[in-house]
Design a protein. Structure first.
Length: 159
């Protein structure tokens, strides 16, 4: 067996399934689905979008919309686990919600996680490690207020 062929079968870093959004470890760099079921369900339409991506601006837009859909599903899943509302004021509109580090150590954690500590990568990490208890859901107002008020939301005291 040549070294080129052997390197194609080394375990790859985990990624999200293009169909269901589930995290999985691909067998090779080419694997984009977590199971044959997901592959057969969505492979053909997505395959054509990947082909079109190189030649058509419309193909790129469709692929970006699909990726955004996967990211949104992951975000919804994480928010659902944390209660779908701000723990301080009760805001329920998901456009206003964000994850907050209860111990105010988000910067430190982002440095440790690197690119996984930002955006959708962070939501994937949260799911992967089993929804850490040191995170909570806050609206952006409460989160910013907490940051400007010595780690305490203005609704809760010290004003």
């Amino acid at each position: 067996m040549s070294s080129k062929h052997a390197s194609q079968h080394r375990p790859q870093p985990s990624r999200l399934c293009l169909t269901c959004g589930k995290e999985f470890i691909p067998y090779t760099k080419q694997h984009k689905f977590c199971s044959p079921k997901c592959h057969s369900k969505d492979y053909q339409p997505k395959y054509h979008k990947h082909q079109v991506q190189h030649t058509s601006p419309d193909g790129i837009i469709r692929l970006m919309a699909y990726d955004a859909h996967i990211r949104e599903r992951l975000r919804e899943e994480v928010f659902q686990h944390y209660g779908n509302k701000c723990v301080c004021c009760g805001e329920k509109n998901p456009l206003f919600l964000t994850l907050d580090h209860i111990n105010n150590d988000g910067g430190e954690q982002r440095r440790k996680l690197g690119s996984q500590g930002k955006g959708v990568g962070f939501y994937g990490w949260v799911r992967k490690v089993g929804y850490p208890e040191d995170l909570q859901l806050l609206c952006f107002n409460c989160n910013c207020g907490k940051g400007r008020n010595k780690g305490i939301c203005p609704h809760k005291g010290i004003g």
